[in-house]
Write a protein that binds this ligand. Structure first.
Ligand code: ADP
Ligand code: MG
Length: 634
C-alpha cells in the first residue's frame, strides 16, 4: 500500500521554484520587476557566464527594512497584495510573493537593502533555502540582490542550461522587454564586465526603441495611436518592407508588462495581410493601457499570458488602428543605394528586391497560364482594365478619385499628393515631424508611363520615378475589385450554356463540394456529376480569359493544399488571390501605350496599391533626391 506523507517545505519550494525560475533570465526578469515595483529610477544588472555563475541587480528603489528581510524571502509573502479582492485590479508587476523564495531555494542568494530613511542597511543570505542573518551592513539606499550558482542544488535543472551565449541571449531579451516598458528608468547591463546595454532615461519613447534596436529602425516605423473608451493603444509598427522571419520583434506591452497574446498577434498579422509575404512577421512595439480590472494577469506563474475581459474589442481596436494608419501612409518601397556602390544595410534589401522580380515566387499559377501572349486578350485598354462603373464612382474602396487630366492638374499635383498622407517616422512625440512628411509619389497624369521588357512600367512621379510590376499591380487592382463586388453581392457571374465537366481527385472533389457555398459566392457554381467529376455551371465574369475548368481545378488544388481545414477568411482570401492572379496581365505580356496608361492611372483607385495581394511590392520608388545624390548633384 503506498504511504501518503506531507512534503517538507523545502521540497514544496523547489517544486514551486521550478515553475517560476526556469533559467538565469527568469531570475533577471523577476528581480527587475521587483526593482520597477520598488520605484527604482536606476537599475544596474551584472551577470557572469550567462547568469549561471552570477546575477547581480542593484536598484535605488524604496528598499526593505531590516525586520522585513526574512519575510521577503518567504513564500506567499508580498507587500503588493492584501485581499483576494486586490487580485481584481493588480497594478504592480509582481503580486504572487513567490520570486525571492523560489530563487533563494535554488541558489546562493544574498539580499542587501536599505530604505532611504535608514542610516545603514541589512543583509540576509540564503544558501539553497538555509537562511543566515539578517545582519547590519553598510550599503547604498535601495536593494542589491546577488544570485550565485543558480541550480547548484538541483542538478537536473542545471543540466538543462544551455551555452553561455544562449542564456545571455535570454537575459538580454528579458532586459529589453522591461527596458522598453520603462523608458524612464536608467538600465545598465554588464556581462563579464563588458557593457552590453547602457540605457539612460529616454523620452520620447522612440529614443528607448532606438537605444535598444539601433537608430536606423526609426525610419521604418510608423506611429499609431488610438483610444477606445478607456483602452489606449499606442506605439510603433514597422513598414511592410521591414519584416522578420519570426514574431520576436513584436513587443506588446500591457500596462507596462510585456505579454504574449496569440489573439493580438493574429490581429497584427491580419493588419498586414497582403502587405507582407506569408511566413514573414512585421515589427511592432505597441503599448496597451487600460484599467487594471479589465484584464486578469493571474493566469500563469510567469505572468506572460493574460486574459482580457473583452478580448474581441481589443482585437478589433488593434486591427482597425493599424489598417486606418496604413491607409493614410504611403507604403511604396523606396530605394536607396550606397553612393560608393557597395552594399549598405538598406541596400541588401534593395538588391534582393531587384533580384527577386515579383513573379519569381508567384509559382505555378502563372507558370501554367504562361506563354499566353497579347493575342488571346480581347479588346483594348478599356476591356482589359475595365472597372465596374459603380465601383469607380466611389461605391467601392477608392479613396482617391482619378486625377483630372486637364492642364491645371499638373499644378494641383502637390496639393493632391499631400492629401495622400505621409510615410513613417512621423510621431506626435516629435513635434514638427509632420512637416517633414514627403508626398506619396503619385504619378503625374500628364506624363505617360512606358513599358519595358514587357513586364515593368516606368513612370515619373511628383518626387521621383516609379518602377511598377505590371502583373503585381493589375493583380492588386483586380483583387480589390473582386473583393468589393463580392462583399456587396454584385459579383457578376457568367452561366455556362452547357456545364463543363471537370475531373478531379476524389479528395479534391470532396473539398470542392464541401465548399460549394463559398465557391458560389465567388461566382463559381459547382454541381455534382458523379465519381470524382464535378460540373462547372458558372464562372466569374471577370475571369473570361480563363477556362472555367481551369478555375475549378485551381480552386480545388488550393482547397486541399493546406492539409487542415483553412479558416473561412483565409480560404476566401486565397480564392480571390488566385482569381486575380489568373485574370491579371502577365509578365511578358505586351501592353499598348494606352493600356499602360490605363493601368497606371488605376493605381490610385485602390487601397494598398503598393503591394500585390501576396504582399510583394507592386511599385518601387526612386526619389529625385536619391537620384540627385547618386549623380552627385547635392
Ligand atoms: P512579489 O514581487 O510578488 O511581491 P517577491 O518574492 O518578488 O514577490 O518579493 C517579495 C517582496 O519583497 C515584495 O513584495 C517586496 O515588498 C519586497 N522586494 C523584493 N524586491 C525588492 C526590491 N528590489 N526593492 C524593494 N522591495 C523589494
Ligand atoms: Mg516579484
Amino acid at each position: 500500500m503506498p504511504h501518503i506523507e506531507r512534503l517538507q517545505a523545502s521540497v514544496i519550494n523547489q517544486i514551486a521554484a521550478g515553475e517560476v525560475i526556469e533559467r538565469p533570465a527568469s531570475v533577471v526578469k523577476e528581480l527587475l520587476e521587483n526593482s520597477i515595483d520598488a520605484g527604482a529610477t536606476r537599475v544596474e544588472i551584472a551577470v557572469a557566464k550567462g547568469g549561471t555563475e552570477l546575477v547581480r541587480i542593484a536598484d535605488d528603489g524604496c528598499g526593505i527594512t531590516a525586520d522585513q528581510l526574512t519575510l521577503a524571502v518567504d513564500t506567499h509573502a508580498t507587500s503588493k497584495l492584501r485581499t483576494a479582492e486586490d487580485l481584481e485590479h493588480v497594478g504592480t508587476l509582481g503580486f504572487r510573493g513567490e520570486a525571492l523564495a523560489s530563487i533563494a531555494e535554488v541558489s546562493r542568494f544574498t539580499l542587501r537593502s536599505r530604505p532611504a530613511d535608514e542610516s545603514s542597511g541589512a543583509e540576509l543570505s540564503v544558501r539553497g533555502g538555509q537562511r543566515h542573518g539578517p545582519v547590519p551592513c553598510g550599503c547604498p539606499v535601495g536593494t542589491t540582490i546577488e544570485v550565485a550558482d543558480l541550480f547548484f542544488n538541483t542538478p537536473v535543472r542545471r543540466r538543462f542550461l544551455r551555452s553561455t551565449q544562449t542564456e545571455m541571449g535570454h537575459i538580454v531579451e528579458a532586459v529589453t522587454r522591461l527596458a522598453l516598458a520603462n523608458p524612464h528608468v536608467h538600465f545598465t547591463l554588464r556581462h563579464n564586465d563588458r557593457i552590453v546595454h547602457d540605457l539612460p532615461p529616454a523620452d520620447p519613447w522612440s529614443t528607448r526603441v532606438a537605444q535598444l534596436f539601433g537608430g536606423d529602425i526609426l525610419d521604418s516605423l510608423v506611429w499609431v495611436d488610438s483610444s477606445d473608451d478607456d483602452v489606449r493603444l499606442s506605439g510603433y509598427v514597422g513598414l511592410p518592407e521591414v519584416t522578420r522571419s519570426n514574431a520576436k520583434m513584436q513587443y506588446l506591452l500591457l500596462n507596462g508588462r510585456y505579454i504574449r497574446d496569440r489573439s493580438l498577434q493574429h490581429a497584427l498579422g491580419e493588419a498586414y495581410r497582403g502587405l507582407i509575404l506569408t511566413g514573414r512577421y512585421a515589427v511592432a512595439c505597441l503599448r496597451l493601457d487600460m484599467p487594471a480590472e479589465q484584464v486578469d494577469v493571474n493566469v500563469h506563474p510567469t505572468k506572460l499570458e493574460v486574459r482580457f475581459r473583452d478580448g474581441g474589442r481589443i482585437y478589433s481596436q488593434v486591427l482597425a488602428t493599424l489598417r486606418t494608419r496604413f491607409l493614410s501612409t504611403d507604403l511604396t518601397h523606396r530605394l536607396t543605394v550606397a553612393p560608393n556602390g557597395g552594399a549598405a544595410d538598406a541596400n541588401t534589401a534593395t538588391t534582393s528586391r531587384f533580384g527577386q522580380p515579383s513573379e519569381a515566387g508567384a509559382s505555378q499559377w502563372r507558370a501554367d497560364a504562361g506563354g499566353r501572349g497579347d493575342g488571346t486578350r480581347p479588346g483594348g485598354p478599356l476591356e482589359l482594365f475595365r472597372l465596374d462603373r459603380n465601383w469607380q464612382a466611389g461605391g467601392g474602396p477608392s479613396r482617391t478619385l482619378p486625377r483630372e487630366t486637364g492642364a491645371d492638374a499638373k499644378f494641383d499635383a502637390k496639393v493632391d499628393a499631400s492629401a495622400n498622407g505621409h510615410r513613417g517616422g512621423a510621431s506626435p512625440e516629435t513635434p514638427g515631424a509632420t512637416a517633414a512628411a514627403t508626398d506619396d509619389g503619385g504619378e503625374n497624369p500628364l506624363v505617360r508611363a512606358m513599358q519595358i521588357h514587357n513586364r515593368y512600367l516606368i513612370a515619373e512621379t511628383n518626387d521621383g520615378v516609379v518602377v511598377i510590376d505590371q502583373h503585381a499591380l493589375h493583380e492588386r487592382i483586380l483583387y480589390e475589385q473582386l473583393r468589393e463586388q463580392m462583399l456587396s453581392g454584385r459579383l457578376e457571374s457568367q452561366n455556362l450554356l452547357v456545364p463543363e465537366p471537370v475531373d478531379l481527385t476524389s479528395e479534391e472533389c470532396a473539398a470542392v463540394l464541401g465548399q460549394r457555398d463559398l465557391l458560389a459566392e465567388l461566382g463559381v457554381r459547382i454541381e455534382e456529376f458523379g465519381g470524382s467529376t464535378v460540373l462547372a455551371a458558372s464562372y466569374p465574369a471577370m475571369l473570361r480569359r480563363v477556362k472555367p475548368a481551369e478555375i475549378v481545378r485551381e480552386l480545388a488544388a488550393r482547397l486541399v493544399a493546406g492539409g487542415r481545414a483553412p479558416d473561412r477568411r483565409d480560404l476566401f482570401d486565397e480564392m480571390l488571390n488566385m482569381m486575380s492572379c489568373k485574370a491579371a496581365v502577365k509578365a511578358g505580356d505586351y501592353l499598348s501605350p494606352d493600356e499602360v496608361q490605363a493601368l497606371v492611372q488605376r493605381r490610385h483607385l485602390v487601397d494598398d496599391a503598393h503591394h500585390c495581394p501576396h504582399g510583394r511590392p507592386t511599385t518601387l520608388m526612386f526619389s529625385r533626391e536619391e537620384l540627385d545624390r547618386q549623380f552627385r548633384r547635392t
